[in-house]
Structure formats: C-alpha cells, structure tokens
Design a protein around this ligand. Structure first.
Ligand code: SF4
Ligand code: SF4
Length: 78
C-alpha cells in the first residue's frame, strides 16, 4: 500500500515541452503522455516530488492537496 505524502502536482502546459522526463521518473506511473497530450492521475500520485525536481522546463509544481492526508511535520514528532 502506498502512503500519500499529502501533496499533488500542478502542470503548466505553456511551459511543458512533452519531453517525457516526468513520465520516466515517476515511480507510480501517475503521468502519461498519449498522442502528445500530457495526463496526470492525481489519485495514484504519492506526492514524492521527483517529477518536479526533474522537469527541465519548470512546468511542474508540488502543492498541498487538501483531499489527501496532511503531510507529516517531522519537527512536531520529535
Ligand atoms: S518533464 Fe516537464 S516538460 Fe517534460 S513532459 Fe514532464 S512536465 Fe512536460
Ligand atoms: S509527485 Fe511523485 S508520484 Fe506524483 S506524479 Fe510526480 S513523480 Fe509521480
């Protein structure tokens, strides 16, 4: 079972060059490109942020997703 980190991503289609870097790096196959169209499955995205870090065009952004469990605040747990 995957544990969601409480994050999702947003996609800026104006910046996206459909280079497929995010498709290749996503461990959960949450991003696909079909017929040149970028698509994202929010439900299976674990909010890991890898795609955001690897997008060469700054087309992706990590956002807190209110529909997912809140991100853990590690500092509060210590
Ligand atoms: S890595 Fe960025 S530019 Fe490339 S397909 Fe994904 S969102 Fe688009
Ligand atoms: S944040 Fe992680 S799980 Fe979500 S789409 Fe990006 S790489 Fe995939």
């Amino acid at each position: 079972m995957n544990v969601h980190a409480g994050y999702s991503i947003t996609h800026n289609s104006n910046r996206c060059k459909t280079c497929l870097e995010c498709v290749a790096i996503c461990p959960f196959n949450a991003i696909t490109v079909s017929d040149g169209k970028w698509e994202y499955n929010q439900d299976i995205c674990a909010g890991c942020g890898l795609c955001v870090e690897h997008c060469p065009n700054n087309a992706l952004e990590l956002i807190i997703d209110e529909s997912k469990p809140k991100p853990l605040d590690i500092a509060q747990l210590l």
